[in-house]
Design a protein around this ligand. Sequence first.
Ligand SMILES: NC(=O)c1ccc[n+]([C@@H]2O[C@H](COP(=O)([O-])OP(=O)(O)OC[C@H]3O[C@@H](n4cnc5c(N)ncnc54)[C@H](OP(=O)(O)O)[C@@H]3O)[C@@H](O)[C@H]2O)c1
Length: 247
Amino acid sequence: MNRYGLIGFPLTHSFSQRYFSEKFAREGIADSQYDLFELPDISALPELLELPDLRGLNVTIPHKQAVLPFLDRVDTSAEKIGAVNVIKLDADGSRTGYNSDYYGFRQSLTDWLLTLERSPSDLQALVLGTGGASKAVTVALADMGIRFKFVSRTKREDTLTYNELPDVLADYSLIINGSPIGTYPRIDEAPRIPYQQLTHRHLLYDLVYNPAETQFMKLGREREAAVHNGLRMLELQAEKAWEIWQS
Ligand SMILES: NC(=O)c1ccc[n+]([C@@H]2O[C@H](COP(=O)([O-])OP(=O)(O)OC[C@H]3O[C@@H](n4cnc5c(N)ncnc54)[C@H](OP(=O)(O)O)[C@@H]3O)[C@@H](O)[C@H]2O)c1
């Protein structure tokens, strides 16, 4: 039996467990199982890593940074992001960390820009929020050659605040919501950007995937901007995790 699983706390509902259980059933992968490992404290990780047949783990809040000291290697993009959400356990016992959010975001944005016939080199991006997801997004943007600015509720060096957006929105055609604003059940909320300034040249990418059309996307669509939700990124990051574990 090959064992996989998710560590985090609390683990209430998990996209990953459903995704992998359905994948194993659909593709007849009978020798594999995917479990939830609720770890209130990261100090329990070494014991879990000794579990026989454990091949890979997904990592979620609050452990994406805390797992780093327990790994032998971290791939380049995960190192730049400073967070890991996939761990591969090799037969020789070595442990490597990856960030599949990076791949999920990068691939989904690349595919979307191709369908829109928009070139990355013509875009500048605003990234709303400065948490872990936004960090993965900005490392991907940098690798794609897209210049970006963070937008935060707190003024910091090199970071815009929401109050500054009316003066700069025309210069940034790609706007990425990396904050949790608009997530179910608070579906009527939207990031505080000047929607009335949006045009058909703007692209709004929401990392939120529940609901499928967020208020951010709806307000953008009403101004004829192109909009995209976070579902494809979520699927692609799961596919990437599987690819990493099988490599
Ligand atoms: N589609 C996918 O595959 C995927 C993958 C990862 C994450 N996500 C989604 O991305 C979102 C962000 O994830 P995360 O882990 O980075 O979340 P997080 O750490 O909770 O929040 C990210 C940032 O959002 C801003 N923020 C938080 N609360 C806010 C509020 N009330 N008003 C305005 N800004 C607020 C904060 O930045 P400032 O303090 O600087 O304003 C915070 O650092 C979540 O909704 C998550 O579900 C999606």
